[in-house]
Design a protein around this ligand. Structure first.
Ligand code: ADP
Ligand code: ZN
Length: 607
């Protein structure tokens, strides 16, 4: 383990293990199989990279996405680690070279996609080299219940017999009890040590707001994050395109990403996101798996995700570098109606629809919580969190509740009086005593409930109805154009046998800026601003020269450490966070020169 600690310092430039890493590394040293569940950004990769470097032989890493292997490998090479990948992008000679290096025992890590690893000739070849361990990343892909299922992962159980006695480590960020069991069984792990680390991501601030004018709301949110990298999730391809266009007009470096785009465009947009500072990707859920860019500052949802699990996974892409980040979502009555309708109309088998419906309902209930959002999120994953967290919308600005019994009764009776045949808009018009053509046509102005609701605004009524839908007092009938229909729970409420507490509308005020208040903030003093910018420019130049993303050169936190410490020598630099030997050798002089010259970057451009 001393060896491991030394590598941690020398290779990565980290002073200490993150919580949970050390015991996993120990297990790998002990040669035992392991199941590792750690939140995104928790630092899973190091758990297998370190032992692979320290032990004799090569570490085999199974990773689902060919597109990202190259980035992972070039990041490792920047650290001075002997890493390579084997996939279809290599030509014959490149493959020969990698295989030669493997035969000579000259590699610490080799990355492969499962389909490549499982080819008979690959297995035969790998059996001839010394293997230190096998790491299976994104192990939940083996679960048929999850949303990332991959057929190829099912074949990975053969590794148990193909490499007897070699420890295997399965890693994932998303796995409930059932998926965990599935992983162990399907990968044929032998009595694995199980490491289930907490799910909390303390540096992520959660905010959910009522959707009223989505474009304006998104624009205001992004204004708070101008120049920062982030992801905006939308439900449909069309909306991805239009939102990206709007953001570009507003001067954001925004790019679309969805499965309908030609492959080369998708790849180009993803590469821009990884390589340039401050790119916003507007995407469907097709985007994100395996993206390990550490400095994503926000993830915004302008449409609801499918489930809390999906939400957690998508928002988990923010703030891997431990610096303050935001998860921001807007949702409204329309989303509730539409998503339920989509489920009702789906062709999926009854059982699956029931599961998806339950998942959606849990997410909706979470949107409407009145106590700490983080605690509610974690409790969904079976974790007790001592609320309040002080870093979610509810903790920062607790919503008031009000006695909504009478309002609910008015709304429900209006649904009954109009014959349970109309959707939200019309029912609210009747309540508010509007004079519309539809009201005239159906003579609804004569109803006893006409105009009894003019004490609330339309927005307030939508909020009441949304909560009634979420809490199951009423539903929107998919087969009749979203007509509102009472559920059995509505009866006692109408009869006044129960009362109903509703939450006041989620405030749409500007969120307090996370960067300025978060516990994990990178704050640069005004006087250091020019130096900060100069460092980022230098980092970008060096990154472009090396053909890697800027964060692979140094994380923001390392730039900040450089600014704070203003080291005068390479030895002083080596003590800083994120600076190991290889990075020092490559970049130490350039940054020292920049620090010595104050903010004058010009000299680096001169021949
Ligand atoms: P995961 O795969 O769990 O999502 P990564 O392995 O990509 O997370 O690690 C997330 C980030 O945390 C990386 O940028 C990594 O360099 C950093 N990191 C990992 N371990 C440590 C550590 N012990 N100290 C400081 N930073 C770390
Ligand atoms: Zn909270």
């Amino acid at each position: 383990m001393d060896r491991a600690r030394r590598l941690l310092r020398e290779v990565y430039g980290y002073a200490d293990f993150r919580p949970g890493q050390e015991p996993v590394v120990q297990t790998a040293f002990a040669g035992r199989d392991a199941l590792v569940l750690m939140p995104t950004g928790g630092g899973k990769s190091l758990c297998y990279q370190l032992p692979a470097m320290a032990k004799e032989g090569v570490g085999i890493v199974v990773s689902p996405l060919i597109a990202l292997m190259q980035d992972q490998v070039s990041a490792l090479r920047q650290l001075g680690v002997k890493a390579a990948f084997l996939n279809s992008t290599l030509d014959y000679w490149e493959r020969q070279e990698v295989e030669g290096a493997l035969s000579r025992g000259a590699l610490d890590l080799i990355y492969l996609a499962p389909e490549r690893l499982l080819q008979a000739e690959t297995l035969d070849f790998l059996r001839t080299v010394q293997v230190a361990l096998i790491a299976i990343d994104e192990a939940h892909c083996v679960s048929q219940w999850g949303h990332d299922f991959r057929q190829d992962y099912l074949g990975l159980n053969v590794l148990a017999d193909a490499f007897p006695g070699i420890p295997r480590m399965a890693l994932t960020a998303t796995a409930d009890e059932r998926t965990r069991k599935e992983i162990v069984a399907r990968l044929a792990l032998r009595r694995p040590a199980s490491f289930v680390h907490g799910f909390d991501r303390p540096n992520i601030r959660y905010t959910v707001q009522a959707k009223n004018r989505p474009q304006t709301q998104l624009a205001a949110f992004l204004e708070e994050h101008r120049g920062e990298a982030g992801i905006v999730y939308c439900l449909s391809r069309r909306k991805v395109e239009s939102t990206a266009a709007t953001l570009r007009e507003a001067g954001h470096d925004a790019l679309p990403y969805h499965a309908g785009l030609p492959g080369h465009l998708r790849a180009a947009n993803q590469a821009r996101f990884l390589r340039d500072d401050g790119v916003v990707v507007v995407a469907t859920i097709a985007f994100g798996m395996g993206i390990d860019k550490p400095d994503v500052r926000f993830v915004a949802h302008v449409d609801l995700p499918k489930s809390i699990e999906a939400y957690y996974q998508e928002t988990g892409r923010a703030g891997r570098d431990d610096v303050a980040a935001e998860a921001w979502m807007i949702y409204g009555l329309q989303d509730v109606v539409r998503l339920r309708q989509m489920l009702d109309e789906s062709e999926a088998p009854e059982e699956q629809r029931r599961i998806e419906r339950a998942k959606l309902d849990k997410l909706l209930a979470w949107c409407e919580v009145t106590a700490c959002r983080r605690a509610a999120l974690l409790s969904h994953f079976g974790e007790d969190y001592p609320a309040p967290c002080g870093n979610c919308d509810i903790c920062l600005d607790p919503p008031r509740t009000w006695d909504g019994t009478v309002a609910a009764q008015k709304l429900l009776s209006c649904v009954v009086r109009t014959g349970q045949r109309f959707g939200a808009a019309h029912v609210i018009d009747v309540l508010r005593g509007k004079a519309t053509a539809k009201i005239e046509q159906h003579r609804h102005a004569g109803l006893s409930t006409y105009g009894i609701g003019d004490d609330l605004t339309e927005g307030q009524w939508r909020s009441v109805l949304r909560q009634l839908l979420v809490q199951g007092y009423v539903r929107a009938d998919a087969h009749r154009y979203g007509a509102l229909v009472l559920e059995p729970a509505a009866r006692p409420l109408l009869r006044g046998e129960v009362t109903l507490k509703l939450r006041e509308e989620i405030r749409t005020a500007k969120p307090k800026r996370a960067r300025k208040t978060g516990p994990h903030d990178i704050e640069v003093a005004a006087a250091d601003e020019p130096l900060w910018e100069a460092m980022r420019t230098l980092r970008k130049q060096l990154a472009d020269d090396a053909g890697v993303p800027p964060y692979v050169v140094f994380h923001d936190a390392t730039l900040k450490a450089l600014i704070d410490a203003k080291p005068k020598s390479l030895e002083e630099m080596l003590a800083l966070h994120g600076i190991g030997k290889a990075k020092l050798e490559r970049y130490g002089d350039a940054f020292l020169a920049l620090l010595a010259s104050g903010t004058n970057t010009q000299e680096h451009d001169e021949p």
